[in-house]
Design a protein around this ligand. Structure first.
Ligand SMILES: Nc1ncnc2c1ncn2[C@@H]1O[C@H](COP(=O)(O)OP(=O)(O)OP(=O)(O)O)[C@@H](O)[C@H]1O
Ligand SMILES: [Mg+2]
Length: 359
């Protein structure tokens, strides 16, 4: 267990971490999430004493890190940074063996350990042992980085946006790889990320930081279901649906159950409770729409006419939803660039689409 006890880091009059108290449970992945500059990296570096706190205490298994030799401490904690930070003039073997050599392991033991670790991260030792970092892909470098951090079998692993620089597809496979690894090793991991999807996927617990302070820490599911305040809600909700919604084009998901008529036709055709959504189009202009059944309950058909927003069929679902939420309208009429009416979209419909694609 890692305990941060009212930890503060000040640079001059700037407070980067502000009386942060946090308990990081053993054998699980705890995600640190928050806006840029909120103090995540500073927090990680105080745990392995790359940065000394101005105030407060950090204990690992009840022992203050300040009572430990910083060099010994850092060797006992794995640390993976963004862009890995492999030593360019060392081979893969040299890189992974760095801490074990500092710990004076004999050569045979180091070699054995490096071989084991390469197998663990799915890199064939006979292929990769002698390679240099420049001869590896980004994803392979990242795996070597993880192997290096695990070399001396640390119980604690600090990972600062370790997969941040990797393209989305490789990132997903590195995440899967890391989850498999963790299910075997069960280390105490503190993992910084900007990516909500990554947080949700990897995190057993999530700690949300803002302006150097802890806003909420909970089991991932609890946190997602019970965000402590609007800030957390926005950080999770907005970004999470943003990622999803950006992948879909409005045109592909419209409700196509509608008929188009002029206002005059609506008056003439009278009441039809079975008619689907009616879109009123007089000349080139859409004047509104009428929901199924509404005509029956209104004295004057004109009362049943709802106002709407227009969205381009090429817009993403995010744009459609944003337009609807900002305008407060219930439906958007989706049109192709040449003005053809493709259908309509509502926020509940988009929610349903998202629920389906999430499965
Ligand atoms: N050496 C320093 N001197 C002065 N200010 C610093 C120093 N290091 C960090 N800061 C400030 O402390 C704050 C927290 O920085 P930190 O690197 O911990 O943020 P972060 O949460 O990791 O952000 P990001 O997500 O962008 O990596 C920032 O406002 C940063 O400018
Ligand atoms: Mg950072």
């Amino acid at each position: 267990m890692i305990e941060l006890d009212a930890v503060t880091k000040r640079y001059g009059d700037k407070t980067s971490v502000d009386r942060l108290s946090l308990t990081i449970p053993d054998n699980a992945i705890t995600i640190l999430l928050g806006p840029s500059g909120c103090g995540k990296t500073t927090t990680l570096k105080m745990i392995n004493r790359l940065i000394e706190p101005t105030d407060g205490d950090i204990r690992i298994d009840g022992r203050s890190v300040h009572s430990m030799d910083p060099i010994d401490l850092r060797r006992s904690i794995g640390y993976v940074i963004q862009d890995v930070g492999l030593f360019p003039h060392f081979t893969v073997e040299g890189n992974i063996g760095v801490v074990p050599s500092l710990l004076d392991w004999d050569r045979a033991r180091i070699r054995r350990r490096v071989g084991e670790l390469l197998e663990l991260v799915n890199l064939d030792p006979s292929v990769y042992l002698r390679r240099y970092p420049r001869e590896l892909s980004g994803g392979e470098r990242q795996r070597v980085g993880v192997a290096r951090a695990l070399a001396a079998d640390p119980r604690v692993l600090l990972m600062d946006e370790p997969f941040g620089a990797i393209d989305p597809i490789n990132r997903r496979s590195l995440q899967d790889f890391f989850l498999r690894l963790q299910s075997e090793l069960k280390r105490t991991v503190v993992f910084v990320t900007h990516d909500i999807g990554e947080a949700v996927k990897l995190g057993d617990h999530v700690a949300i930081m803002r302006d150097g302070r802890l806003v909420q820490m909970d089991a991932t599911r609890v946190l997602l279901e019970n965000p402590a305040d609007a800030f957390v809600e926005e950080l999770l909700g907005a970004t999470r649906s943003t990622e999803q919604l950006l992948r879909y084009r409005a045109a592909h998901y419209v409700d196509t159950a509608f008929t188009v008529m002029t206002t005059e036709e609506m008056y003439r055709s009278g009441v039809d409770s079975e008619a689907p959504l009616i879109i009123l189009k007089d000349g080139d202009a859409i004047s509104g729409y009428v929901e199924k059944g509404l005509l029956v309950t209104c004295e004057d058909p004109q009362e049943a006419v709802c106002r709407f927003e227009t969205v381009s069929g090429n817009a993403t679902l995010l744009e459609a939803v944003t337009t609807l939420l900002e305008s407060g309208r219930k439906r958007a009429v989706v049109q192709s660039p040449d003005g053809t009416i493709l259908g309509t979209l509502s926020v509940p419909m988009v929610a349903e689409i998202m629920a389906k694609v999430a499965r």
